[in-house]
Design a protein around this ligand. Structure first.
Ligand SMILES: Cc1cc2nc3c(=O)[nH]c(=O)nc-3n(C[C@H](O)[C@H](O)[C@H](O)COP(=O)(O)OP(=O)(O)OC[C@H]3O[C@@H](n4cnc5c(N)ncnc54)[C@H](O)[C@@H]3O)c2cc1C
Length: 386
């Protein structure tokens, strides 16, 4: 469905991303899903087209575009390969935090490499003790002279064992609990004392997750992103953007399955007529199309609000639970509408379903999203009732 209000520039980038998805990604999705890393050649091609971190300024390798454009790219790529679309989902998040709060030297060195597809930067927030209570971090960055010394573990981190750097959130003030004692750092992952592992996941294997261990890792003070003790609020602002992008990834992957299923029910026959003659097959597809269109519209409404500096946290939380949940359910329904063929790995539905399902957890679960929606609606629970 077209977005009639896009500018000419936005439409040009959307068409570029759609062409790349059609010509470079659509064929190989299932084969690439078995790999254990994202193809760096593909990343560089995306970088050359300006499709990795469009929201960054041109001087840092971006194209100075809107959040809407970041959404258009994620959506276009995820239609063909949701795993490759992680690249333009994560880069605007970590790149945005660095662009806004990093030093000039850091930005000049790192951001063009990120936007060009030369390096991967992972986001390190979750720790073994839990991810939902994200501010409750234990990993320590202890000041020592001009340096900080890192000790602890980050876990369940996207790009497990394949990233060059981590945007890491660590507790710099042991006496201040919660968000206020947390500082952000940009950490090269080849420093002495860093060990990366990779998990055996069911889905999104090329993206990967893993743990990163920090054992007396000495980090120069210049690695700090922003001010001491102010790291947490910075990433939270970025999450509003990535929540829209994740929802669009999921909606788009599900839309691919729905489009293919509309074709299938017209071709496949049962009881002497095409399946499409039975409303039992077409009504679910009509409902799927309706739900996906609604979430997609809310994504672009929220992204446009973000671009205009208007509130959008509630909308971001809404689409972040609906996109992955409904996306998973819709792909499952499409799989069943393909009968026994759907259950095989020759068709993409099962792979898409498990890839989308992981995003029900990554970046925060539906429980946490609904908590945010409640908070945005009635304020901190307990206070609004007084
Ligand atoms: C595919 C994937 C990618 C990820 N990528 C990253 C990454 O790049 N960087 C990173 O830092 N982390 C990443 N994560 C981790 C992710 O952010 C956490 O898994 C998530 O925030 C949940 O934390 P948890 O797994 O520790 O669950 P817990 O916090 O232990 O929660 C367990 C269950 O309890 C529920 N729950 C918790 N608190 C409440 C509450 N107050 N009310 C109701 N229910 C509640 C949760 O919703 C969940 O269902 C990723 C995870 C996945 C699966």
């Amino acid at each position: 469905m077209s977005l009639p209000w896009l500018t000419e520039d936005e439409r040009f980038i959307q068409e570029t991303a759609q062409r790349f998805a059609r010509e470079r990604l659509a064929e190989g999705y299932l084969a690439r899903s078995k790999e254990e890393c994202i193809d760096r050649g593909l990343m560089r091609e995306l970088g050359q087209l300006g499709l990795i971190a469009p929201t960054l300024d041109e001087r840092y390798g971006g194209i100075g575009s809107s959040s809407v454009v970041a959404g258009l790219i994620c959506e276009a790529l995820a239609y063909a390969d949701i795993n490759v679309s992680y690249v333009p989902m994560i880069a605007p998040l970590v790149g945005g935090v660095i662009q806004q709060h990093g030093s000039e030297a850091m930005k000049d060195e790192v951001l063009p490499q990120l936007a060009g597809g030369e390096i991967m930067i992972q986001l390190g927030l979750t720790e073994p003790r839990g991810g939902s209570d994200a501010a409750n971090l234990a990993l320590r960055a202890t000041p020592r002279g001009d340096c900080f010394v890192l000790n602890g573990e980050k876990t369940s981190i996207t790009y497990g064992a394949q990233a060059e750097m981590m945007l890491l959130f660590a507790r710099t003030d042991a006496d201040t609990p919660g968000a206020r004692g947390v500082t952000a750092f940009l950490v090269p992952l080849d420093l002495p004392g860093v060990t990366c592992t990779r998990f055996e996941d069911v889905g999104s294997r090329p993206v990967g997750r893993g743990s990163v261990f920090f054992d007396d890792v000495e980090l120069p003070g210049t690695a700090m992103v922003g001010n001491l003790g102010e790291g947490f609020t910075k990433v939270m602002q970025g999450f509003d953007l990535s929540r829209f992008l994740i929802a669009l990834q999921c909606v788009s992957a599900a839309q691919a399955s729905v489009d293919e299923t509309w074709q299938y029910v017209q071709q496949r026959e049962a009881f002497g007529r095409p399946l499409a003659k039975f409303q039992g097959t077409t009504f679910p597809l009509a409902e799927h199309d309706s739900r996906l269109a609604a979430v997609r519209a809310l994504c672009y409404q929220g992204l446009a609000a973000r671009d205009r500096g208007l509130p959008h946290t509630k909308e971001a939380a809404m689409v972040k639970w609906m996109g992955p949940k409904w996306g998973t359910d819709i792909i499952q329904s499409c799989l069943v509408l393909h009968g026994h063929y759907g259950w095989g790995m020759e068709l993409p539905h099962l792979q898409r379903m498990i890839d989308v399902m992981g995003l029900q957890i990554g970046d925060g679960t539906a429980h946490i999203m609904k908590t945010i929606i409640a908070r945005e609606t009635i304020g901190p629970i307990g206070v609004a009732y007084k």
